[in-house]
Design a protein around this ligand. Structure first.
Ligand code: ATP
Ligand code: MG
Length: 239
């Protein structure tokens, strides 16, 4: 069972943000999608989650085509993503932010509140359920973003820079949590992240992009040894 993007090209005003890139995420695996700023990582997550239609190429969920489908359909079929810039409703409480995500499912308000409390506990921020969304620090905002995604019972969870703004200890906690999410939800996780320690500790496999193209794939050890990876990350003298 996998979420599979084949031979994807996306253009913005004629400029290729992604050119002929294929990515497959299996259920139960943690795949790191890494690369310098502007590499096309977020655009690829947008394609994988139905927010952006590719100009060329196809996305399939467990072998079923997704052509013509939009983002709510992807979410109903288990593909759920978080946003690089967290979008919390600042005037709602933290709990209500999760309940809003649950409102698309036909469950009662009471069940939604209970489920929100469980998910906030799971993310380690149960004590903050009653705070305003706008009162949270950056790290907690990211945790709520993940809780909101988990509310939709993902089969494939796509995390766009979840550790941005977290300190080293928080990023280590997040690494453990991502591995726990993979087990508890039996889902595949795609992790976009600039924090290399987090990526190397958390992911079994990496896909490296630069300037819209795939430049390396493999295990973290294989990628670290790859010349294209070295020159993209460390400059040409390291290549
Ligand atoms: N809506 C858009 N309109 C025009 N250009 C865009 C749009 N979205 C992305 N781009 C361009 O596409 C390229 C890839 O952007 P993308 O956001 O996917 O990169 P990224 O790898 O996520 O970068 P970062 O690490 O900075 O988040 C960039 O050149 C970006 O400027
Ligand atoms: Mg991005």
């Amino acid at each position: 069972m996998e979420l599979c993007a084949s031979d994807i090209t996306v253009r913005f005003a004629g400029v290729k943000a992604i050119e002929s890139v294929s990515v497959a995420l299996g259920r139960g695996e943690i795949l790191g999608l890494i690369g310098p700023n502007g590499a096309g990582k977020t655009t690829m997550v947008n394609v994988l989650s139905g927010f952006q239609r590719p100009h060329i190429g196809k996305v399939a969920i467990d072998g079923a085509g997704t052509q013509g489908r939009s983002e709510p359909w992807f979410a109903r079929n288990g593909v759920v993503r978080t946003f690089q810039a967290v979008r919390l409703f600042r005037g709602l409480t933290v709990s209500e932010n999760i309940e809003a995500a649950l409102s698309s499912l036909s469950i009662s308000r009471l069940s939604a509140r209970r489920r929100a409390a469980e998910l906030l506990d799971y993310m380690g921020i149960g004590g903050k359920a009653g705070l305003a969304g706008g009162a949270l620090n950056y790290g907690d905002e990211r945790r709520v973003g993940i809780a909101r995604a988990l509310a939709l019972s993902p089969k494939f969870l796509l995390l766009d820079e979840p550790a941005a703004g977290m300190n080293i200890g928080e990023a280590e906690d997040l690494s453990r949590l991502i591995q726990q999410i993979r087990r508890d939800f039996s889902c595949g996780v795609l992790l976009i992240e600039h924090n290399m320690a987090l990526v190397m500790n958390t992911c079994e496999r990496l896909h490296v992009m630069a300037s819209g193209k795939t430049i390396a794939t493999g295990t973290p050890d294989e990628v670290v040894a790859n010349q294209h990876f070295k020159s993209a990350y460390l400059g040409s003298e390291a290549a």
